[in-house]
Write a protein that binds this ligand. Structure first.
Ligand code: GLY
Length: 319
């Protein structure tokens, strides 16, 4: 337990609550530029406000997590949407998922390029197709037919990510660089329904065609009103092999662990596969937990009082 850092808190049932993350990664206190931290915290803040505006208007948890993730996809600070990490050949490939705890349905897209907000495409898969996971170029045509915003591949590529890839290809990693940055959101709405969404560019320098945990329902994303909504971030392969998000669900729903303990235990399974990372999770009683085993995790939460709290390291967000 001592290597796991984070926060647990409890709000009254059906008071809406939202948590977001901007990724866990190999970041060292004092070595990530203060301006970068401030910019990321600002993005998390904006995301929380966007999602809570939906919840406060009586909107659904699904609408709230999509709204929160769209803000983070549009923010170049994070590894999602514009500004996502590059594949080994310099391309951008997005994965995203959304899960609805009320219906226990989910939708996801994998390895897509050219959709401005991949989480919206995941929502289309859930709401408008009989499928759960779609991949590749056909998703762009589906997105176009549904009126989603598209952009050419080069629009997503930023100089910061080009420099990151060049450094990786030279075999060096800048101490000040954060390698993760996947984004996600979990929410409880006023009807007592849960939802989760996750979006990512994957892992810097990954093989073209690699798919991570984010769009795999039960690995990086999960929601079930009976147990929890979960969005994960970290070393995707270890989260996939641990069936991480479903492990959290099973520990709550079947083993009757509290949500915080379940997340810690599931992160230990990831750790046994030498993976690090973290997650955000919310339960039907409004419990929020945001544990991580990496050096830090950009994260934040907001309740109906509307005061966003954001931070990166363990000492941030202490109550
Ligand atoms: N956790 C994000 C990824 O590995 O793709």
């Amino acid at each position: 337990m001592k290597s796991i850092r984070g926060l647990s808190a409890v709000w009254p049932a059906v008071a809406p609550v939202l948590a977001v993350h901007g990724g866990a990664g190999h970041i060292v206190a004092g070595q990530l530029h203060a301006t970068r931290v401030a910019a990321a915290n600002h993005g998390l803040h904006q995301s929380l406000l966007a999602g809570m505006a939906v919840l406060r208007d009586g909107g659904s948890a699904v609408d709230a997590v999509v709204a929160a993730v769209v803000v983070l996809e549009d923010d170049e600070q994070f590894n999602a949407g514009k500004g996502a990490v590059l594949t080994v050949d310099g391309g951008v490939e997005h994965d995203a998922a959304v899960a609805d705890g009320a219906t226990r349905r989910a939708g996801a897209v994998a390895c897509v390029s050219g959709i401005r907000n991949p989480v919206r495409a995941a929502r289309v898969v859930m709401d408008r197709t009989p499928h759960v996971l779609l991949s590749g170029a056909a998703v762009v045509e589906l997105a176009r037919s549904e009126g989603l915003a598209l952009a050419p591949g080069r629009w997503f590529v930023t100089p910061r990510r080009q420099e990151q890839l060049a450094r990786l290809q030279r075999g060096c990693r800048a101490e000040s660089e954060m390698t993760g940055g996947t984004v996600g959101a979990v929410a409880l709405d006023v009807e007592g329904h849960l939802a989760a969404a996750t979006s990512t560019g994957g892992s810097a320098g990954q093989f073209a065609g690699r798919i991570g945990d984010a769009p795999l329902i039960g690995a990086g994303t999960w929601a079930d009103d009976r147990s929890c909504a979960v969005s994960a971030t970290g070393d995707g392969e270890a989260f996939i092999l641990s069936a991480f998000a479903h492990e959290v669900d099973a520990l709550v729903r079947i083993a009757a662990l509290d949500l915080g303990t379940a997340c810690h235990q599931a992160l230990r399974v990831v750790g046994a596969r030498t993976g690090t990372g973290g997650c955000i999770a919310v339960g039907p009683d409004g419990t929020v937990t945001m544990p991580f085993t990496s050096a830090g995790m950009f994260r934040g939460w907001i309740d109906a009082a509307g005061d966003p709290r954001v931070g990166m390291f363990a000492e941030d967000l202490c109550q």
